[in-house]
Design a protein around this ligand. Structure first.
Ligand SMILES: Cc1cc2nc3c(=O)[nH]c(=O)nc-3n(C[C@H](O)[C@H](O)[C@H](O)COP(=O)(O)OP(=O)(O)OC[C@H]3O[C@@H](n4cnc5c(N)ncnc54)[C@H](O)[C@@H]3O)c2cc1C
Length: 389
């Protein structure tokens, strides 16, 4: 019998388990893989602010620190967003193999029981609790719990069985492929983003430096409009840019670009991170939101124990917290994504030209939009129709 069972030891799950355990709850954190953090399905980029809210920075899991981002339109026009070196908003490229394990260790240190090679299979309701069915090292295992937190990623089995989320459409998911490459000759002070309807339909390509000439070189495409799989576009991108380096790893994965779900709860159940489609619809970034969702789920779990109320009605407090924190941004960025999807390459080029060479001193979508509006007042009306409630 556990107070809380958390499924999935990614950033959302470990943060939820840690937060619950710190508040005195008896927590089981399970992970289906035998090693937490591998294989890495991530480009590992995150803002300093997104990290620092929840963990103290530890250099052991920072691969590289960047001072800005360079964005390239289809014709190669460069837009640079660069922080002051002394600024507080610089970005990091993580080493998630170490980061994810570190987070799980924090959860264990706080008192959570962490068990790997254990897969969530399903659950049944028993009175006011759940009997959770697991497969541990090939053996059936059942545990009882008052609360189940599904942090089991984009294909969340918890979410589907609980009926909280529906299967994503092809237009609601980015399909990604990424190489870890070594021997690259790049300026490692920046992350690089490449746009273009032909280059990366419905998405973008990226190069995120990891130090010592290594980088994550990847691409995300929207399957609803792409004519081939992500790996095809990745190979074409590497060839077109003449990126000379050795491919050390290949990963593929999916990122939800859904926007804001109506709810991430059911009786006795909360979903956090990619399981609740918490990734950003424009950037595809989901680590910071996963940490934040895991934290809020942990807080509401402990409140539910204080009130002895595990109903969906009570757990909606969790919905309120994540929606106020970043849900509104998912909703807005979904609309912005739909706006950007309508732009052809020529428009992307002319928008990029209008702000090329400007000093954009903040690395954010807001800063880019503000600059675009300043230089192209005519897009305000167009944007309004996408952003109006
Ligand atoms: C190619 C790619 C590049 C990306 N780049 C970035 C980036 O640069 N920056 C960024 O912020 N985000 C990025 N993302 C998104 C980011 O990786 C996710 O948003 C983030 O990992 C979500 O964390 P999570 O804890 O919700 O889920 P995950 O990290 O997916 O963790 C879920 C865990 O649950 C486990 N699990 C699944 N099913 C079960 C089960 N039935 N039983 C037990 N365990 C289970 C999985 O093994 C996994 O360990 C990228 C994603 C992809 C695919």
């Amino acid at each position: 019998m556990f107070d809380v069972v958390v499924v999935g030891a990614g950033p959302a799950g470990s943060m939820a388990a840690k937060t619950c355990a710190e508040r005195g709850l008896k927590v089981l954190l399970i992970e289906k893989r035998q090693e937490i953090g591998t294989p890495v399905r991530c480009a590992e980029g995150i803002s300093k602010k997104g990290l620092q809210r929840f963990v103290e920075i530890d250099r052991r899991w920072i691969s590289a620190e960047v001072i800005g981002a360079k964005i390239y339109s289809p014709d190669g026009t460069e837009v640079t967003m660069a922080e002051e070196m002394a600024g507080n908003e610089v970005g990091f490229v993580l080493e998630r193999k170490i980061f994810d394990r570190y987070l799980a260790r924090l959860a264990a240190k706080a008192g959570a029981e962490v068990i790997v090679k254990t897969t969530f299979i399903g659950f049944e309701r028993v009175g006011n609790a759940l009997r959770v069915k697991l497969k541990r090292m090939g053996e059936d295992w059942e545990v009882e719990t008052k609360l189940l937190i599904g942090a089991d990623g984009v294909e969340s089995r918890v979410g589907r069985i609980a009926g909280i989320i529906k299967t994503l459409k092809k237009s609601e998911i980015e399909s990604c492929a990424q190489y870890l490459m070594s021997g690259l000759d790049i300026d490692e002070n920046y992350t690089y983003f490449y746009l273009g309807n032909d280059l990366a339909p419905g998405g973008y390509a990226w190069i995120f430096p990891k130090g010592n000439g290594c980088a994550n070189v990847g691409i995300g495409v929207l399957p609803s409009i792409a004519k081939a799989n992500a790996k095809f576009y990745l190979d074409r991108f590497v060839e077109k840019l003449e990126i000379r380096g050795k491919i050390v790893e290949l990963v593929s994965g999916a990122v939800p670009v859904y926007g804001e779900v109506a709810t991430a709860v059911a009786d006795n159940i909360m979903l956090a991170g990619d399981a609740a489609y918490h990734s950003d619809p424009i950037t595809g970034g989901g680590i910071a939101n996963a940490l934040s969702a895991g934290y809020h789920a942990g807080i509401v779990a402990s409140e539910a124990f204080e009130k002895k109320d595990f109903s969906a009605n009570f757990l909606r407090r969790y919905d309120e917290l994540w929606k106020a924190d970043f849900g509104w941004k998912l909703r807005r960025n979904k609309r912005l994504q739909e706006f950007f999807l309508k732009l052809d390459d020529e428009t992307l080029n002319s928008l990029a030209r209008s702000i090329a060479g400007k000093n954009i001193r903040e690395m954010s979508i807001e800063a880019i939009i503000a600059e675009l509006i300043k230089k192209n007042p005519s897009i305000i009306e167009l944007l309004k129709s996408f952003l109006s409630p």
